[in-house]
Each structure stands twice: as structure tokens, then as C-alpha cells.
Write a protein that binds this ligand. Structure first.
Ligand SMILES: NC(=O)c1ccc[n+]([C@@H]2O[C@H](COP(=O)([O-])OP(=O)(O)OC[C@H]3O[C@@H](n4cnc5c(N)ncnc54)[C@H](O)[C@@H]3O)[C@@H](O)[C@H]2O)c1
Ligand SMILES: O=C(O)[C@H]1O[C@H](OP(=O)(O)OP(=O)(O)OC[C@H]2O[C@@H](n3ccc(=O)[nH]c3=O)[C@H](O)[C@@H]2O)[C@H](O)[C@@H](O)[C@@H]1O
Length: 397
């Protein structure tokens, strides 16, 4: 099994490489787990890899460093991970040969599968990337875990709140219907949940799906509203706010990254064992689980903007339009009682506190005028400085 393009497996291998993989994958604590993190140079992947490494687990990352958003941000995350002893390989999850090679070298106990084409609205521009990464890529990971890895790992993977689509019954609960996706992105995540069921049923793979709800924080994603709104506010450029057809503000159950990381590690620690083997036969049923990981308190997007204005010390130049038919949903709202019961998931970060952490990182990373971070008006900032900062941001867009 390998991707249509040349396999990266050919560029990896040899005694030194194998030694490095085993070192990175080896836990440093008794009872530690060994995790292959796909999408490790991504926003959630970086934070989860850092947290796993910090508590003494073994981690090997993999990412294709695509240019959906600024690859230099992914390379900066890769450098941060390397400084903590975590290797992130340059590879595609559709490269079955490379995945097999990794499982031959390192005895991963778990896979944290985060690699995907994210973004709700972009699916209308590049639908095939969603199929390639979110469906074919997911199958590629499940195939190697089910039929090549020995022993089989347990899998925790990222689904999405978007599977609730146009549901109106709130807060969203895992037993609500999820057959009305509003975007191709949501449909590929729903497909992933159906595919997970078959790999659990046939091969005994232990699989846990996590429906994250609009995750934000430092080292975040420039394609998400909280991030590019901040950039536009600093640069004095207009932002467009989508209003639901009934005139109400769009609302999101914004969830801070540290809470999501705790949820991911809780799911990994309670994943249970896979019951299959390389022969493809399973010795009994294996866990198949799905959980909401959200903040349980939806906030109007206009409120998110007001907090950013305060933290950045600058008013936004807002345009308000009716939400276009672009795959967006009017609101999200998570019921997290199942995750709370099964692994103690409890979000603790308010949007105000979380956005402050984001803005502090944002100002530091883009070397902006520090007055911005203190919420003071940076009118005193020299125009050139502001221009330079805006140029730095747009260059990395
Ligand atoms: N951030 C959110 O609000 C949110 C909410 C719900 C679900 N999710 C899901 O969580 C996961 C992580 O999301 P994120 O916010 O960190 O996004 P991200 O885009 O920062 O991370 C995804 C990473 O996967 C990599 N990738 C994409 N396709 C790949 C492929 N074919 N092979 C190898 N690497 C590939 C990308 O380069 C990227 O670094 C995704 O599955 C996403 O759909 C995110
Ligand atoms: O929860 C999830 O599963 C999803 O959360 C986010 O998707 P979304 O909530 O749409 O996040 P943004 O794109 O940052 O949009 C946040 C809010 O701002 C609104 N928005 C977005 C863009 C814009 O220009 N104007 C605007 O008002 C959106 O309608 C939405 O209500 C992530 O981007 C998805 O990858 C993820 O799957």
C-alpha cells in the first residue's frame, strides 16, 4: 500500500534513522505510552506532542507540511518539538510504506491521528484535498494499524463538531443525529466515524473519535477567524462578520487548546486495547467510542471580536453580512457529560483568558509592538513599525 506519489519510505531508513525513531518513540517514564502523532506539526498536534513528551511518553510525529496555511509556522512548530526531543517526519499519511516502516521500527502503543485537511469553507475550493486526507488518508492509517502493526495500537482520532451540521437540538450530544452535514469537510469527518466502525468491527481496532469544538490558542491556525481577525485588526483591515439568516449572531463553543489537550490525553489513557492481530482476526470486541470535547458555553462571534479589540487595544473595522451558503453552521454547543464521566474531561479556560494567551503569543511571534499586548492604544507606535509588523504578518500569511 503506498500513496500514488513516491513513498517517503525511500528517503527514510538505515541504522541511524531507526535508532532515532526508537529513541523518540521510547517513553521515559514507567508505564508510559508510545504514540505516533499524525499532523504533529499542526496546531493541536504540536500541543498534544509537547504534553505527551513532557509527561514522559514516547512521541514520533508525522506531517506533510502542506501549504494550506503558512508552512513556516509548521516548521517553527517542528523546531519547537525538536528542541524537546520529538521527531516530526516529513511524510504523507497516504504513504502506507512509510507507515509500515515506522511500525516495524517502533512499537507504538497508540496512534493520535490528527492529520487532516481542516477548515469548513475551504472545502468548496479544494474538495479533493478533503477526500485525499480525511478519507483516503484515514483509511491508510487504519489499514496499517489493523493489518501490519504487531501488536495493534489503539487509535484516538479527531472528528469534529461539524458532524452535528444543521441540528437545532442543543447542547449537542453524541447520541444526536449526525446525518445532515453542512459542508464536505463535515461529511468527510462523518465518513471517518463510519469507517472507524468497520475497522473496529472487522479487525478489533480500539478506536476513539473526538469531536473538537472550534479550538483556539497560541501556535494556532491562521485560517481560523480568531487568528485572521487579530491580524486584520492590527493591520487596520476590515473583517466580515457572518450573521445567521434569522439575523442572530453566529455563535461558537470556542474551546481553549489546553482543555482539548487534556481531553486527548484522557482519551489516550482510557482507550483500552485492540483485540486483532496481523492475521486480520480479532479475538473479541474492542472499544469503539465517540466524545464531544467543547467548552459547553457558546459565545457570539461578535463577543470574540470585542475581546480581541480590548486585548489588542484597537477597534475592528467590521462589515456584517448574512452568512453565505458556505458550509458554515449558525451555532455549536457541546454537551461533554460522556467525556466528563469516562475520563474526567472538564474545560476550565474562559474565552477572555484563552484569547489573552493567544494574543500574548501572537504579539511575540510576529514581533508586534508590545503595547498591543497590554491592550494599550499603540498610537505612539511609529507608523514604520506598524507597517513593518503588518508586512511581517502578511508575508507569513
Ligand atoms: N482546530 C479546530 O478548531 C478543530 C476542530 C475540530 C476538529 N479539528 C480536527 O483536529 C485535527 C487537527 O486540527 P488542527 O486545528 O491542528 O489543524 P492543522 O491544519 O493545524 O493540523 C493538521 C495537520 O495535518 C497535516 N496534514 C494534512 N493532511 C495531511 C496528510 N495527508 N498527510 C500528513 N499530514 C497532513 C497538516 O500539514 C497540518 O499540519 C484535524 O483533524 C481537524 O480536522 C480541529
Ligand atoms: O468545531 C469544529 O469542528 C470546526 O471549528 C472550526 O470551524 P469554525 O467554527 O467555522 O471556525 P472559524 O472558521 O474560525 O469560524 C468561527 C466563526 O466565525 C465566523 N466567521 C468566519 C470567518 C469570517 O470571515 N467571518 C465570520 O464571521 C464563522 O461563521 C464561525 O461562526 C475549524 O476551522 C474547523 O477545522 C473545525 O472542524
Amino acid at each position: 500500500m503506498s500513496s500514488s506519489s513516491a513513498s517517503a519510505a525511500a528517503s527514510y531508513g538505515g541504522a541511524a534513522w531507526e535508532k532515532e525513531m526508537r529513541r523518540s518513540a521510547r517513553p521515559s517514564r514507567d508505564g508510559g505510552i508510545s504514540v505516533l502523532v499524525t499532523g504533529a506539526a499542526g496546531f493541536v498536534g504540536t500541543h498534544c506532542s509537547l504534553a505527551l513528551k513532557a509527561r514522559g511518553d514516547g512521541v514520533v510525529g508525522l506531517d506533510n507540511f502542506n501549504s494550506y496555511y503558512d508552512p513556516s509556522l509548521k516548521r517553527a512548530r517542528q523546531a519547537l518539538l525538536a528542541s524537546r526531543g520529538v521527531v516530526v517526519l516529513d511524510a504523507d499519511i497516504n504513504d502506507g510504506l512509510l507507515l509500515e516502516k515506522l511500525f516495524d521500527v517502533a512499537a507504538f502503543t497508540h496512534v493520535l491521528h490528527l492529520a487532516a485537511q481542516a477548515g469548513v469553507r475551504y472545502a468548496m475550493e479544494a474538495p479533493q484535498t478533503y477526500v485525499a486526507s480525511n478519507v483516503a488518508g484515514l483509511v491508510s492509517v487504519f489499514e496499517v494499524a489493523a493489518k501490519h502493526a504487531d501488536p495493534q495500537p489503539a487509535i484516538v482520532w479527531a472528528s469534529s463538531s461539524s458532524v452535528y451540521g444543521l441540528n437545532t437540538d442543543a447542547p449537542f450530544s453524541e447520541d444526536h443525529r449526525t446525518d445532515r452535514p453542512a459542508s464536505l469537510y463535515a461529511a468527510t469527518k462523518k465518513a471517518g466515524e463510519a469507517i472507524a466502525h468497520t475497522y473496529n468491527h472487522i479487525y478489533g481496532l480500539s478506536i476513539t473519535g473526538l469531536r473538537f469544538f472550534t479550538v483556539y490558542g497560541p501556535w494556532g491556525r491562521p485560517d481560523m477567524a480568531y487568528f485572521f481577525f487579530a491580524r486584520s485588526i492590527v493591520a487596520g483591515e476590515p473583517i466580515t462578520l457572518f450573521r445567521a439568516a434569522d439575523g442572530s449572531d453566529a455563535r461558537r463553543d470556542f474551546t481553549y487548546i489546553d482543555d482539548i489537550v487534556k481531553g486527548c490525553l484522557g482519551a489516550l489513557d482510557t482507550a483500552g486495547k485492540s483485540t486483532g492481530s496481523k492475521s486480520g482476526k480479532k479475538s473479541g470486541p474492542a472499544p469503539l467510542r465517540v466524545y464531544n470535547l467543547g467548552n459547553t458555553s457558546p459565545v457570539p462571534v461578535t463577543r470574540m471580536v470585542a475581546i480581541l479589540e480590548k486585548l489588542l487595544g484597537k477597534k475592528a473595522n467590521k462589515r456584517i453580512v448574512t452568512m453565505p451558503s458556505n458550509g458554515d453552521v449558525p451555532f455549536t454547543h457541546a454537551n461533554v457529560s460522556h467525556a466528563a464521566h469516562d475520563f474526567g474531561y472538564r474545560p476550565t479556560t474562559s474565552l477572555e483568558a484563552g484569547l489573552r494567551h493567544f494574543v500574548d503569543w501572537f504579539v511575540e511571534y510576529y514581533k508586534l509592538d508590545t503595547k498591543i499586548a497590554k491592550g494599550a492604544r499603540s498610537a505612539a507606535a511609529k507608523p514604520a513599525k506598524k507597517k513593518k509588523a503588518a508586512a511581517a504578518m502578511s508575508a507569513s500569511a
